[in-house]
Design a protein around this ligand. Structure first.
Ligand SMILES: C[S@@+](CC[C@H](N)C(=O)[O-])C[C@H]1O[C@@H](n2cnc3c(N)ncnc32)[C@H](O)[C@@H]1O
Length: 255
């Protein structure tokens, strides 16, 4: 296999990888001059394995995050939610990152609010191990269940990229998604909002009055959740959009 950057980029591009030049640069850096290793890394990438699992890292909000094989790869479209959560966090406040995966959002909160306490949870032991390796105080279990009870009523910010893809739409995700990743990271139940709904209810036990809830979602899910938000005592509900105007999340305050 030719090992010059142009040949490698052409090969990845020919195989359908859109960011072929950037990927080539990352793989070359990861191989650090070892051609045999480079061949192995490229062979893995050509199977469709996520690049971050191969290099073991990704940049999220300009911070390098370790990503272990099997753990959800943080997406650029979650960066705005992480930044917004950091803005809502008091200097020495407390935040919870639900469904933390690699711990990417928790890490952003930790770097932007170093005096704050940040805790996280995930149901997948590989995610909890990865988040822990990223320096996050991470707990294993369902949503808020494994968190220390001492935090009840004391949390300033609950943020989460929880699974929100409607089960019938899972087959529409990218071709290779479930060749590698687990549906557990994506499956939000029949209408996609089953886990979001549980979070709205359970977060109230941990949030203090005036605390913020920030959740990633898509499509018309913000509208579907409005009645729950009102019934459960959340106010100042706003919808977060990305640069293309697509709905990416909701922010609400516990009254
Ligand atoms: C879409 S990923 C988001 C990961 C991370 N927040 C990020 O943005 O990179 C969803 C994560 O939720 C976890 N998860 C799914 N169901 C869960 C549950 N009931 N309780 C806790 N974590 C859960 C999955 O293991 C996965 O790591």
């Amino acid at each position: 296999m030719g090992h010059d950057p142009a040949t490698l980029a052409a090969m990845l591009s020919g195989a359908g990888f859109i960011a072929a030049e950037e990927e080539t640069a990352e793989l070359l850096e990861c191989a650090a001059g070892d051609d045999e290793l480079l061949d192995a890394l490229i062979a893995r990438r050509l199977t469709g394995e996520p690049l971050a699992w191969i290099t073991g890292r990704i940049s999220f909000c300009s911070l390098e995050i370790r990503v272990d094989p099997g753990v959800y790869v943080p997406r650029w479209h979650s960066e705005a939610l992480a930044r917004r959560a950091a803005q809502r966090l008091r200097r020495n406040g407390t935040a919870v990152d639900l469904c933390t995966g690699s711990g990417a959002i928790a890490r952003i909160l930790m770097s932007r609010c170093p005096a704050a306490r940040i805790v996280a949870s995930d149901i997948d032991p590989r995610a909890v191990a990865c988040a822990t390796a990223n320096g996050v105080e991470a707990y294993l279990g369902d949503l808020l269940t494994p968190l220390p009870r001492t935090l009840e009523g004391r949390v300033d910010v609950v943020v989460g990229v929880v699974p929100y893809v409607p089960t019938p739409e899972l087959p529409l995700l990218q071709r290779d998604t479930f060749a590698f990743e687990s549906p557990v990271a994506y499956d939000g139940g029949h209408d996609g909002i089953e886990i979001l709904r549980r979070v709205l209810t359970d977060a109230r036990r941990f949030l203090k009055r005036g605390g913020a809830l920030l959740l990633e979602l898509g499509g018309a899910q913000d509208r579907a959740l409005r009645p729950d938000l009102a019934r459960l005592g959340y106010t100042d509900v706003s919808v977060l959009h990305d640069e293309e105007g697509d709905v990416r999340g909701i922010e609400a305050t516990l009254a």
